[in-house]
Ligand binder design. Structure first.
Ligand code: RBV
Length: 425
């Protein structure tokens, strides 16, 4: 079947009006992206470009999609996680004529089918979260590569994968690492993940976090955000790490650092945020206290080994949405949230709109940068590229002004002093 404009597959088109209201709510919290929408809606720098996107179908993503379409792009979209699609948002996008393939609760086969569907219109730009779209193109649709101008990548795990591909000489078109922008990873990864992860845990459990032993695996930007927020709610936070500097930072931030083998028997709530597989495995489950809660906020669902958990359990049943009770052979109960998938997107609504405002402003500006590179006949090199420093400062400046905050400016004399290496005491 050839690509048909506006072709889509969503759970229920009848949910569109609810989705429209959610998107309007997000728009009211995303002033930077809305300013870009207004500005580039006039000049249409993406006219003639076809963007395939693979990123959580949330109300914030819908604002990004509308901004891309408003700037002239043709867009085809899939979700980047089987449990993160908001069905009403997907319906609203489909009703607005966007080619979208996403529904909540799909299986892995359907997940890759959706990605393949978005490739029917032969995109020349890609927008990824996790690199599954780029990887599918490199593996299954090599025919598209010669026409590809470039792509953008949203998340740490995706950037990691792409750098590994580039190192192995396997990356066949340029990609911009949106994740590595200061206005992305110092905000989205820390404050976004911090708040949304606890939001997901609370919606799935409604437990009191104050006084609980909360074990956070990984003290990168995401783990740090989660640990700080849990601490703020009165939890005793324990961090597990493999990197000495990260463990040291956690210690000096007031966290207790332990090996997982020790933390397993102490924790009440476990949150994995490492990007690495097998963080919690069979022997840890066996050490856990009765009633322990286990969840993950890393991009993929490999951090908690659920195959191991099934092996040491005698039964599984759903307790409440996004919360499954495993009864272990030793009689203890362990509760797994959102099937070990990103708890913040599966059990809550993902990061708050206010932080996605900056992440998606970076996505949008990076897509424009790629389109311009094409117009100038200067395609970027086939590697992973950083965001220009000026773009970061521009987005941060815009965000500050929408918050009504002003900052100082250096005087010419101060600037001169800054660059004067001969000035001392
Ligand atoms: N993320 N998106 C949302 N509300 O649309 N929430 C989180 C949203 C992104 C975030 O940028 C992170 O890097 C990625 O999801 C992990 O898959």
């Amino acid at each position: 079947m050839d690509h048909k404009k506006g072709h889509y597959k969503v759970a229920d088109l009848g949910l569109a009006s609810e989705g429209k209201r959610l998107i309007a709510w997000a728009e009211s919290r995303m002033p930077v992206l809305m300013a870009l929408q207004e500005k580039y809606g006039k000049t249409k720098p993406l006219k003639g470009y076809r963007i395939a996107g693979c990123l959580h179908v949330t109300k914030e993503t819908a604002v990004l999609v509308k901004t891309l379409v408003g700037a002239g792009a043709e867009v085809s979209w899939s979700g980047c996680n089987p449990l993160s699609t908001n069905d009403s948002v997907a319906a609203a996008l489909a009703a607005a004529g966007v080619s979208v393939f996403a529904w909540h609760g799909m299986d892995v086969k359907a997940f890759y089918w959706c990605i393949q569907e978005t490739l029917r219109f032969k995109p020349n730009l890609t927008l990824d979260d996790g690199a599954d779209l780029i990887f599918t193109i490199h593996n299954k649709r090599k025919d598209l590569i010669p026409h590809m101008i470039g792509g953008t990548e949203e998340t740490t795990t995706g950037v990691h994968r792409l750098r590994a591909m580039a190192k192995a000489g396997a990356l066949k078109y340029p990609v911009i690492a949106v994740n590595d922008a200061e206005t992305k990873w110092d905000f989205d990864n820390v404050y976004g993940t911090g708040q949304s992860t606890l939001d997901g845990i609370l919606r799935a459990t409604s437990v009191l976090l104050s006084g609980k032993n909360v074990v956070v695996a990984g003290y990168g930007h995401c783990g740090k955000g989660v640990a700080l927020r849990a601490k703020g709610l009165g939890a005793n936070v324990i961090v597990t790490e493999v990197k000495p500097t990260a463990a040291l930072k956690a210690t000096l931030d007031g966290m207790r650092v332990l090996e997982m083998d020790e933390a397993a028997g102490i924790g009440d709530v476990f949150i994995t945020a490492t990007g690495v597989k097998d963080i919690i495995i069979a022997r840890h489950f066996k050490m856990m206290k009765d009633g322990a809660i286990v969840c993950n906020t890393g991009h993929y669902d490999c951090e908690i080994n659920l195959t191991d958990l099934a092996k040491v359990s005698k039964s599984v049943s759903e307790m409440r949405p996004n919360n499954e009770q495993y009864i272990l052979k030793n009689g203890n109960r362990i509760y797994v949230l959102a099937k070990g998938r990103l708890v913040n997107l599966a059990a809550a609504e993902g990061h708050p709109s206010e932080v996605m405002d900056m992440s998606f402003a970076n996505q949008f500006m990076s897509q424009i940068r790629l389109a311009r590179s094409d117009e100038r006949g200067k395609k970027l090199e086939n590697r992973v590229h950083d965001i220009p420093v000026e773009q970061d400062q521009e987005i941060a400046g815009l965000k500050l002004s929408t918050m009504g905050l002003a900052i100082d400016t250096l005087t010419p004399a101060q600037k001169k002093y800054q660059d004067d290496y001969s000035a001392g005491t």
